[in-house]
Design a protein around this ligand. Sequence first.
Ligand code: ZN
Length: 315
Amino acid sequence: MKIYFISIVLLSFILRLQSQKLPLVLNSETYVFQENAEGFIIKEELLTHIQFLASDELEGRKTGEYGNLVARNYIVSYLESLSLNVTLQPFSFQRKKEKIEGINIQTVIKGTDFPDNYLVISAHYDHVGIGKAVENDSIYNGADDNASGIAALLVLAKYFQENKPKNSLIFIALDAEEMGLQGAKYFVENNKENKKIVLNINMDMISRNVDNELYICGSRFTKSLENYFKSIAEDAFPITAKLGHDGLDGKDSWVNQSDHYYFYTNNIPFLYFGVEDHPDYHKPSDEFKNIHPDFYYEVVKFIANTITDLDSKIK
Ligand SMILES: [Zn+2]
């Protein structure tokens, strides 16, 4: 009984420590609906991006291969068409006996009030390429994983180019996530000295869920973010935003499952937006025709709203 009591006390202590691990100060912890985010995100544009990025022509966008280059060219030309300055960040890493080259793509939108604070909006553009055929299809298109995150990143870059943020935003399309979060690792380890990154917002698999549920992982490590998301009224959005998968709630932990992990290990607050795995996860059938366009559109508007609102609250 005594041991039981001690472990409860210990557990609650650990949980409290965890929730203070990555501090972020907000001038209000109440979630507010921002009208702009609703009006500026155009569904057709979002769907055009994801459809192209997940098409067979891109051959599954594997790092170092032709389809990955086509995806990169698409991302770069779209961002440049918004009059944004795009920088490529090449890196290399060892995989088994092979040396592999990856390239991150980044652009910055300067903040109007706090230009030296940076929020990093990230998504990985690589996928697993061509592999073992399933029902005569060998192209692993990665529509949900993660053409969905990149298409969202592109429309968000357009939205914030038209509605300037208060803090600076770094948009980064990361490479080699599927080979062990290599692009994120390189980015974080090569930027932390120079720029004050206050928050990472990572999107990976956001375009489908039969229950209309989007998970937000990471808020439990930052008290202000936890309070903030808990203040969302249940019927505020057509989708349900749930907190969890953070290793603290008994569900499988997503903390190390995508690029936000290297922000976490470098003590940067993060929010990871993603859905539960589906039957097409890492299969050739993760295709454009299997995403849920209405859900996806609502998710992207929700993320745009969240970034806009958080940007107005971070000092
Ligand atoms: Zn992914």
